[in-house]
Design a protein around this ligand. Structure first.
Ligand SMILES: Nc1ncnc2c1ncn2[C@@H]1O[C@H](COP(=O)(O)OP(=O)(O)OP(=O)(O)O)[C@@H](O)[C@H]1O
Ligand SMILES: [Mg+2]
Length: 328
């Protein structure tokens, strides 16, 4: 097959003066694109390097003549940024990997996503949307401790050890910081103090659990949060433990949350679901990633694939196969 690769390269990100330090965090390194290209080619396909979503215009003939678009572009801004390439693929009737534009946008808007998840009866922590100073006054006193995060980001952008707030003063400070820095609504949630897991789901129309792992934060300064700092310095700050006790009650609860979320949100091909427990180890849906990071060895999804004995090439092959089968 001729596979068109679309991605955002971190080194091409032009930082604006008021950008936060993690502004380009969602974009990919040259190393990731190199490994992805190599993996696709090792499967016998030809990679057509499209590059950034904007390049679709410059390479229009190449883009519209591929058999399948393999899109990992995160886009620039807003909750529709991951939907832009899927929408172009739909416009020009080109088969493409991963979820459709609607699922991509809903997953990226963590508040809308939690509303749907809640409505479906999937456990998720109580939450509030903060867009104005007035919204802050609506949080009840007995809700603390809370967790505050940007509503439309990934890769732990805006998430630090200060994201957990114990009182109103810290809460207002952190919310104000996030709103002025990221210029988007803030999601406030009940703080979940228990274990954290990430779960890899694959498949259409009957998804299955590829595997899951527990995320253990070793560095006490991170407040037991999988922060941007912990993600960047994972070798020293994080331990990833394969959780594969399929008879365990918690394993069953986690897989049910992941499969139900994947199904309710109509995800396609693959997604990674992040779940965290409260102090009594009851698990709650945190968020879903229909465009999970694909850096070999470093991103959570390929790491889980490695734990179940799957090579990076075999994971990429499965994504391509899952996508291709949907069109045939
Ligand atoms: N309600 C919560 N209670 C406790 N910790 C939380 C809560 N929400 C998020 N966290 C912590 O913050 C981390 C990042 O949150 P979240 O997964 O929502 O962000 P993200 O940027 O979308 O992550 P990803 O890198 O997976 O895209 C979580 O992995 C978890 O450690
Ligand atoms: Mg996450």
């Amino acid at each position: 097959m001729k596979i068109g690769l679309v991605y955002n390269l971190r080194k091409t990100y032009l930082k604006k003066i008021d950008d936060p330090i993690d502004a380009d965090a969602e974009w990919d390194s040259e190393k990731t694109i190199y490994h992805l290209t190599h993996a696709i080619e090792s499967l016998g396909h030809t990679v057509i390097d499209i590059g950034s979503p904007e390049n679709v215009i410059h390479k229009f003939n190449e883009f519209t003549n591929v058999d399948l678009v393999f899109n990992i572009a995160e886009g620039r801004k807003g909750r529709c940024r991951e939907s832009q390439v899927p929408a172009m693929c739909e416009l020009f009737n080109i088969p493409y990997t991963f979820s459709d534009p609607l699922t991509m946008a809903i997953a990226l808007d963590k508040i809308l996503c939690k509303q749907i998840i809640q409505k479906a009866g999937i456990p998720t922590a109580p939450f509030w949307k903060i867009s104005t100073a007035h919204d802050m006054t609506l949080i009840p006193e007995n809700a603390f401790p809370l967790f505050v995060k940007p509503a439309l980001e990934g890769t732990a952008k805006g998430i630090t050890s200060d994201s957990m707030v114990r009182d109103r003063l810290a809460f207002e400070k952190q919310v104000t910081y996030l709103i002025t820095t990221y210029k988007e609504p803030v999601l406030v949630e009940q703080f979940l103090s228990g274990k954290e897991f990430t779960i890899a789901v694959i498949g259409n129309p009957n998804p299955y659990i590829l595997g899951m792992m527990e995320i253990i934060i070793n560095d006490p300064s991170q407040n037991n949060i999988y922060t941007f700092d912990a993600k960047e310095n994972w070798k020293s700050k994080v331990t990833y433990t394969f959780f594969n006790d399929r008879e365990n009650v918690l394993w069953k609860q986690l897989s049910r949350i992941a499969l139900e979320a994947y199904t309710v949100l109509e995800c396609r091909d693959v997604a990674r679901v992040d779940v965290r427990c409260d102090e009594r180890q009851n698990p709650y849906f945190m968020e879903i990633n229909p465009l999970p990071g694909l850096t070999p060895e470093h991103s959570d999804f390929p790491m889980i694939a490695g734990m179940v004995g799957r090579s990076y090439e075999s994971l990429i092959n499965e994504i391509i196969e899952q996508a291709w089968q949907r069109y045939h």
